[in-house]
Design a protein around this ligand. Structure first.
Ligand SMILES: NC(=O)c1ccc[n+]([C@@H]2O[C@H](COP(=O)([O-])OP(=O)(O)OC[C@H]3O[C@@H](n4cnc5c(N)ncnc54)[C@H](O)[C@@H]3O)[C@@H](O)[C@H]2O)c1
Length: 417
């Protein structure tokens, strides 16, 4: 690649606007093209459009432009795989926003495409890169906590009905059909990253409480998907998917054989550590609260200060460039990424099948993949509003006529639909 500069194309310019800014600033990368068919979304990045970035409104022209070596997929949640496959078939590396894949068949297809094309795929999962999670990872890797036996991951992001409508313009917008388990990566990925564990099975029960969604077109009456994940080593993790109960925040907890740690509730910058009184490691105290750092090295630690999502967005861009230009493999390879999608998909099935357990396939194993290659069931609707499977634990739940009317009025007033 020319002068060791990674040329980046960004698809979708709402969330994608963050990556336009990051890759323009990151040493050794520059954004050469963007694609969005909605002029309103392009306004989000108008300050970068000084002629040096080509603008496309059509993915096929964008991906065939020859203007970039790597693409960042920030398009609709349920359409990442078709675009990732098209990109890799043209030799273009992929950084994909969550979710990695929508169906079990897509999980298989994504792995096979990476293997067939030799392209690099990384998930743009930013929450493992909060300072608290990087601090916990360093401490976990030191071995002082012993093996993790039980972990918890909460991602709780309630919004007002008005904000929900602004984020989900249109009856068929993906955010109106998003099963709580499908937004799994922000609660689960940090736990896998810290412990290095891999998933073995999942079961799930949803919290059905549609009361706070009045006045929206949201088809999902669940406010959380409580998933119990078993890891390959027999340890357990409890995660929420995207929950929406009262009190916004993220919380991660690692319970080990000799001690436990968690971010102090309400902060991403402090970690509370507690060891058993009889095996406090030398130089540590039984209970302590420490300021979290992304890296111990001060120069590294400063790099992401001020970046979005607790600095996590910066580290996604940083590690993607490292992968493409220096071949440094990130934690969330295609196999680990799709295993989280599989957990999300099977958890939804579990939630309306009495909480039964599903085994998560090993996506490095072609024999196991074969069993799922034709499982294309999706809870997201086609253009007529029909879906293969329910998106809610209560399959008959639907907003009322008044809810839809209010959402439609708000979209009209905001010029969104
Ligand atoms: N990791 C995070 O912290 C984080 C935060 C926000 C969003 N996201 C993810 O980013 C993705 C995008 O979400 P969003 O918030 O930007 O909202 P969104 O999905 O409503 O916006 C997607 C944008 O892509 C454009 N787009 C979609 N399909 C296109 C196509 N075929 N051709 C051209 N343009 C197209 C749309 O016009 C829109 O501007 C989702 O997958 C979401 O999960 C991640």
């Amino acid at each position: 690649m020319e002068d060791r500069i990674m040329r980046v194309g960004v698809m979708g310019t709402l969330r994608g606007g963050t990556y336009v800014g990051l890759f323009q600033k990151l040493e050794g990368s520059r954004v050469t093209a963007v694609c969005d068919f909605n002029p309103k979304s392009l306004e989000n990045i108008s300050r970068y459009l000084d002629g040096s970035i080509e603008v496309f409104d059509n993915f096929n022209d964008f991906i065939d432009s020859g203007l970039f070596d790597a693409v960042v997929l920030c398009n609709y949640f349920m359409e990442h795989v078709p675009f990732a496959v098209k990109a890799m078939e043209r030799g273009i590396h992929v950084l994909s926003e969550c979710t990695p894949a929508l169906t079990m068949a897509e999980c298989v297809q994504l792995c096979r495409t990476v293997e067939k094309t030799g392209c690099k795929y990384m998930l743009a999962e930013n929450y493992p890169f909060f300072a608290c999670n990087m601090e916990m990872k360093r401490r976990y890797d030191s071995g002082k906590f012993g093996r993790a036996l039980y972990c918890e991951g909460e991602y709780n992001h309630p919004v007002t009905p008005h904000d929900k409508n602004m984020l989900s313009p249109g009856k068929l917008h993906w955010r109106n059909w998003l099963p709580r388990s499908y937004y799994i990566t922000h609660s689960l990925a940090p736990l896998l990253f810290i412990t290095g564990n891999s998933l073995k099975s999942v079961n799930c029960k949803a919290v059905f409480a549609p009361g706070t969604l009045k006045g929206t077109a949201c088809r999902v009456g669940d406010l959380a998907a409580i998933m119990l994940c078993e890891m390959e080593d027999g340890s357990l993790a409890r995660v929420t998917g995207c929950a929406a109960w009262g009190g916004h925040g993220n919380w991660y907890r690692i319970c080990g054989e000799k001690g436990s740690m968690e971010n102090v509730r309400g902060t991403l910058g402090q970690v509370r550590i507690q060891y058993n009184g009889w095996n406090v490691p030398e130089g540590e105290s039984e209970v302590q609260v420490v300021d979290a750092r992304w890296y111990e090295d001060e120069a590294m630690n400063e790099l992401s200060r001020g970046a979005g999502h607790g600095g996590g967005d910066y580290w996604v861009a940083y590690h993607f460039r490292k992968y493409i230009m220096e071949d440094e493999e990130p934690f969330f390879t295609v196999y680990r990424s799709v295993s989280m999608s599989a957990a999300a998909i099977l958890a939804l099935r579990s939630s309306y099948n009495g909480g039964c357990e599903y085994k998560i396939p090993d996506f490095t194993n072609e024999e196991e993949r074969k069993k799922w290659e034709n499982d294309t069931e999706s809870p997201f609707p086609d253009e007529n509003g029909n879906a293969d499977m329910p998106c809610c634990s209560h399959p008959d739940y639907e907003p009322t006529a008044e809810d839809y009317a209010n959402a439609e009025r708000e979209w009209r007033e905001a010029g969104l639909c």
